[in-house]
Design a protein. Structure first.
Length: 368
C-alpha cells in the first residue's frame, strides 16, 4: 500500500494509478505522509473536498494537491472528471494498484475517524495494519481519515460513505472536545457523539473510543469533559461490547498528567502521549474478555453478556465472538466451510450470518 505525488495529470510510476474515490483520497493523505518529515506531511485538514464547480477537465483527475501557485486554493481536491489535465504546479496523488482494492477486500479493516488527535496520529497504517505496505492477501488494513477541527457532528456526516467504502469491522473514534469548545453543553455533545457512533455500531463494527484529555490549555473545559466522559462510559454498558471506551482523562491523571504527554501547544498529544495511546489501543484490540471500559491498560468495566441468544440486534450479534445473525435471530456462527457454500450468493451469505467479500464474490466465516 503506497501513495506518491507527481506533478501533472499522469501517474508515471509503474504499477501506480489515479485514486478514484474521495474516501480513498482522504485515506491516501495519511499513507502518503508515512515516513515524511513534519514539513512534508499532508494532513486530513488539508482536504478541501470536491471541485467547487463540479468535475473539471482543466485540472488533474482524481485526488490532487495544490501548494502556493496560481488560482488553485492550497490543499487537496478531489476531481471526479473522467479526463483531467496538467495545470501549473498541481500534483496528482498516485497509488499502487492494490490500494483501493485493499480498502474493500481486507479481512479486517481498522478505520480511524475523528478530530486532530486522529489526524495527527502518524503511521497508524504500519502500527496497526498487517497489510502495510503492500500485502493484499488478508489480515488487517488500517486507514486514517481524521480531520483537525472535526466535531462529532462532522464525523456523523461522513459515516455512511465511509461504511460503504471501507466496510470497517473496527473503528477508532476521537471526537467531542471540539463540540464542547464550540460552546455546546455536555448533553448536546453526547447526543452528537451517539449519532456519530450508531451508524458504525449498526453496521456491525466495534467502536474503540478515546475519551477527552486533561489538557493544560483547556482547564476551563475539564468539568464539561468529565461530564461527557461519564455519559459515554455509562452508555457503553448498554451496547453489548460494541462500544469500547478508553479513558484517556483518567489514564493521563494516573501518569500525573505530565507536560511530556503534550505538544508545545499544551493541547495536542506529543510523541509520548501517542505512545500511550498505541499501547492502550493495542491492549483493547487484543482483548477477548468483552471489556467495555479501559483505564491505563486495565479493564475497569466488563460486559456481562456472553450468550449469542441474548443479542436482539443484527449489528451487535455479528460483532459478538462466535455469533452470527442467522435470518431473524442471533445464533452460533457458521463455520468457514459452511459459509463457503454461499459463494456467489451475496444475500444468502449475509442472511446466514457470514461475511461477504464483494470484490471476490466469496462468502467467508465470520470467525474463521
Amino acid at each position: 500500500m503506497s501513495v506518491s505525488l507527481e506533478v501533472g495529470n499522469s501517474c508515471t510510476t509503474s504499477g501506480f494509478t489515479h485514486i478514484t474515490s474521495w474516501e480513498a483520497c482522504r485515506a491516501a493523505l495519511s499513507v502518503y505522509s508515512v515516513g515524511k518529515e513534519s514539513n512534508e506531511t499532508i494532513d486530513g485538514s488539508d482536504y478541501n473536498g470536491f471541485e467547487p464547480q463540479g468535475p473539471d477537465e482543466n485540472w488533474p483527475k482524481g485526488c490532487y494537491y495544490c501548494d502556493d501557485f496560481g488560482s488553485c486554493t492550497d490543499g487537496v481536491w478531489f476531481n471526479d472528471a473522467s479526463v483531467g489535465s496538467s495545470n501549473g504546479g498541481a500534483q496528482v496523488f498516485c497509488a499502487n494498484e492494490s490500494f483501493e482494492l485493499m480498502i474493500a477486500s481486507s479481512q479486517t479493516t481498522l478505520l480511524f475517524v475523528g478530530d486532530s488527535d486522529v489526524d495527527f496520529w502518524e503511521e497508524v497504517e504500519s502500527t496497526f495494519g498487517t497489510q502495510f505496505p503492500n500485502d493484499s492477501s488478508g489480515g488487517t488494513a488500517a486507514y486514517n481519515v481524521g480531520v483537525g477541527g472535526y466535531t462529532c457532528k462532522d464525523v456523523k456526516k461522513e459515516s455512511s460513505d465511509f461504511i460503504s467504502a471501507f466496510e470497517p469491522s473496527k473503528v477508532v473514534l476521537v471526537c467531542g472536545e471540539n463540540d464542547l469548545s464550540d460552546g455546546k453543553t455536555p448533553a448536546v455533545a453526547f447526543a452528537r457523539y451517539q449519532r456519530a457512533v450508531m451508524p458504525y455500531v449498526d453496521s456491525g463494527a466495534t467502536v474503540y473510543s478515546f475519551s477527552t484529555k486533561p489538557e493544560p490549555d483547556t482547564k476551563e473545559l475539564h468539568d464539561k469533559y468529565k461530564k461527557l466522559d461519564r455519559l459515554t462510559k455509562d452508555w457503553a454498558a448498554t451496547l453489548d461490547g460494541q462500544l469500547v471506551f478508553i479513558d484517556t482523562f483518567g489514564g493521563f491523571e494516573d501518569l500525573d498528567n505530565g507536560m511530556n504527554l503534550y505538544a508545545d501547544d499544551e493541547l495536542h498529544l506529543s510523541e509520548k502521549g501517542y505512545q500511550y495511546w498505541e499501547q492502550w489501543l493495542t491492549i483493547a484490540l487484543e482483548d477477548t474478555s468483552n471489556c467495555e471500559v479501559w483505564r491505563s491498560g486495565v479493564c475497569v468495566q466488563a460486559s456481562t453478556t456472553n450468550s449469542c441468544s441474548s443479542f436482539n440486534r443484527r449489528g451487535k450479534c455479528n460483532k459478538a465472538q462466535g455469533c452470527g445473525w442467522n435470518r431473524s435471530a442471533c445464533r452460533d456462527a457458521l463455520s468457514a466451510l459452511e459459509c463457503s457454500a454461499f459463494d456467489m450468493k451475496r444475500w444468502i451469505c449475509k442472511n446466514n450470518g457470514c461475511k461477504w467479500k464483494k470484490y471476490k464474490n466469496k462468502c467467508k466465516g465470520r470467525w474463521g
